[in-house]
Ligand binder design. Structure first.
Ligand code: ADP
Ligand code: MG
Ligand code: ZN
Length: 616
């Protein structure tokens, strides 16, 4: 795909440089070159030379006398005028040629043309030229306010195709159909099928929506207009609407073609019913224009509108009703095979060591998006270079998962011995609780190297296979694992630290969700009190329910977390010797793989139990 654009360097830039150069030449260089050297002499020198017959020719004008001597080539002199009535006689006597040039007054008509018309004409010409360049560049142009700057994409050989988009098979299939329709509309119209006018790609950030649209542009042999929703947001009221109008005018002229509006939620946000003060007039006008444009053309003409958003729930209902964006293609986070495929696509660009197992990496990177995975591969490649290697090995990939999940290692953070010990016990607490209960994902890695994200360490668990459902017990187990860190601190040191803040937040969220969203509390049954505000972006919840139910929700949530904490504490108490043993190893090595962890856990207990409890 090649973007057609005018050159980046503004014309005015070259123009002004040329002007300055010419001016400098005019002032300093040209006069010297053109005018012969003239020596200024006193008047009496002139008279002396005249008397001695050295002067050949004299001219006198209003300000000075210029004269030439008899040398070959003649040398030029000049001297100021003097009150000298006998000058003509002296000149006659010396027999030189002398004259005074006649200065005719310039024709008023000619001088008018020279001094006014030509400069103004030139000025206008340059201005016009520059403004047309500016408008092509899509810059701010006062002469053509509201002209759209939708970019036209044309096909080219380096284009992105469906092959570059890994996984997302359903989305690709649906889009391939759209492309096929634009190529052979007859095939569809014969049967009487009408293509949807608009196709909406929805899904979390980084899952490849924009990439898919680019692939459509690469596959379709029709013009592709691409614009981002934010480009419609303008400073002046009415300009966004004008842009929409302009975009569709262009599209209609170029049909069949595809119009892609990225991040459509910026303009497609639901209009407020009671907006009395017109705070969002501009956006509303733009949306109205978009709606009416979409109604205005008939789909058979072959203008296909593609849009992408990660906030479909805030789109105006008028936008998603049939006849507008009536087809919705979900672009979800990739599953395990999808992640493997995405890693493969991006790994093509780097050199992999032969022993690398991308499936292992994909499994560990559960819950990541395509963009995360692309980033992961790049991080691994950077690490390989940093370590002076030519190929990327498994270790690079493992480490870059940690980077993507938890941030870089923070080498300059110095922890005291005591802190390091606490963190070690905390992390082993998580890991031990996970290992001691059925159905918990196996421990993949434990580390106490601080991260730039602020974590002082982390325990990573990796599911063996993809899970789509969690039972009540699964969630309870998870909460127990999360509370295991704090439980270990309390058990071993008898005191607790702030290090568990993040754990506490997670445990609370899960426990609350059990009560308010998953219908897992007997007191309520299948009633939802919390609604997620954004399907793909996570985050905020809107809460419904009376203040009495709130109080009950809170106490149930507290109860769940307390129960699981008690369970975790009990598990750790039973396995106390292993807790000490593993924490000591972790303290020394700072990192343990899942296998190392299981090895220590499964080997016979150490004999010297006594030293173990003397920690802290
Ligand atoms: P979105 O528009 O959904 O937020 P993008 O399309 O901008 O996400 O994806 C960002 C980057 O992530 C892409 O440029 C690509 O490198 C990578 N990526 C995302 N999904 C995929 C995929 N399915 N296959 C290959 N690369 C992907
Ligand atoms: Mg995008
Ligand atoms: Zn923790």
């Amino acid at each position: 795909m090649k973007e057609v654009k005018s050159p980046r360097k503004p014309f005015i830039y070259f123009y002004s440089i040329a002007m300055i150069v010419i001016m400098l030449l005019n002032i300093f260089v040209f006069p010297r070159l053109i005018q012969p050297q003239v020596e200024e002499v006193p008047y009496n020198t002139f008279l002396t030379m005249l008397e001695q017959g050295e002067v050949k020719e004299v001219s006198k004008d209003a300000v000075q006398i210029t004269f030439a001597d008899k040398a070959d080539p003649p040398k030029l002199y000049k001297t100021g005028l003097m009150e000298d009535p006998s000058l003509v006689e002296k000149l006659q006597a010396a027999g030189v040629q002398f004259y005074s040039p006649i200065i005719e007054p310039a024709s008023p008509f000619l001088s008018f043309i020279m001094t006014w018309l030509i400069p103004i004409g030139l000025f206008l010409l340059i201005g016009r030229f520059m403004s047309s360049r500016l408008s092509k560049m899509g810059g701010m142009n006062t002469m053509q306010l509201g002209k759209s700057n939708a970019k036209i994409y044309i096909e080219s050989k380096t284009g992105i195709t469906f092959k570059d988009v890994a996984g997302q098979e359903e989305a690709k299939e649906a889009l391939a159909e759209v492309v096929d329709f634009l190529h052979n509309p007859a095939k569809y119209t014969e049967v009487g099928a009408i293509m949807p006018k608009g196709v909406l790609l929805v899904g979390p950030p980084g899952t490849g929506k924009t990439l898919l649209a680019k692939a459509v542009a690469g596959e379709a042999k029709v013009p592709f207009f691409s614009i981002s929703g934010s480009e419609f947001v303008e400073m002046f009221v009415g300009m966004g609407a004008a842009k929409v109008r302009d975009l569709f005018k262009q599209a209609n002229e170029k049909a069949p073609c595809i119009v892609f509006i990225d991040e459509i939620d910026t303009i497609g946000k639901r209009r407020e019913s009671g907006a009395a003060f017109g705070g969002n007039d501009e956006r509303e006008q733009t949306l109205n224009q978009l709606l009416s444009e979409m109604d205005g053309f008939d789909g058979s003409k072959g203008v296909m509108i593609l849009a992408a958003t990660n906030r479909p729930e805030i789109l105006d209902l008028a936008l998603t009703r049939p006849g507008r964006f009536d087809r919705r293609i979900p672009v979800e986070l990739p599953d395990l095979p999808g992640r493997v495929a995405i890693l493969r696509v991006h790994a093509k660009k780097i050199k992999l060591a032969p022993d690398v197992d991308l499936t292992r990496t994909a499994r560990a990177a559960a819950g990541t998006s395509g963009a995360d995975l692309a980033n992961l591969i790049n991080e691994a490649a950077l690490r390989a270079v940093r370590n002076g290697r030519k190929t990327v090995n498994q270790e690079d990939l493992d480490e870059s998962i940690d980077v993507v999940v938890a941030g870089y290692e923070k080498k300059d953070r110095v922890m005291t011995d005591k802190e390091k010990k606490i963190v070690a016990y905390h992390e082993v607490g998580h890991a031990l609780v996970a290992a001691m209960q059925m159905g918990s994902a196996p421990v993949h890695k434990i580390t106490i190297i601080p991260r730039t994200s602020g974590a002082l360490g982390f325990t990573m668990q990796v599911e063996q296979e993809e899970r789509y459902l969690m039972s009540k017990e699964d969630i309870e187990n998870k909460i127990a694992v999360i509370t295991g860190g704090r439980a270990a601190e309390e058990l071993v040191f008898g005191s607790i630290t702030t290090g568990a803040a993040n754990d506490i937040e997670q445990a609370t969220k899960l426990a609350r969700a059990m009560v308010t969203r998953f219908g897992m509390a007997q007191e309520f049954g299948m009633v939802a009190f919390d609604q997620q505000q954004s399907q793909y972006l996570g985050g905020g919840y809107t809460n419904t329910g009376s203040s009495e139910t709130q109080a009950l929700i809170d106490s149930l949530t507290i109860g769940i977390v307390k129960d699981q904490y008690a369970r975790a504490y009990k598990v750790l108490e039973e396995k106390q010797s292993k807790l000490h043993e593993i924490a000591r190893v972790l303290y020394e090595t700072e990192s343990l793989t899942g296998e190392q962890f299981m090895d220590i856990l499964n080997r016979p207990a150490l004999l010297e139990e006594g030293t173990a409890s003397a920690e802290a």
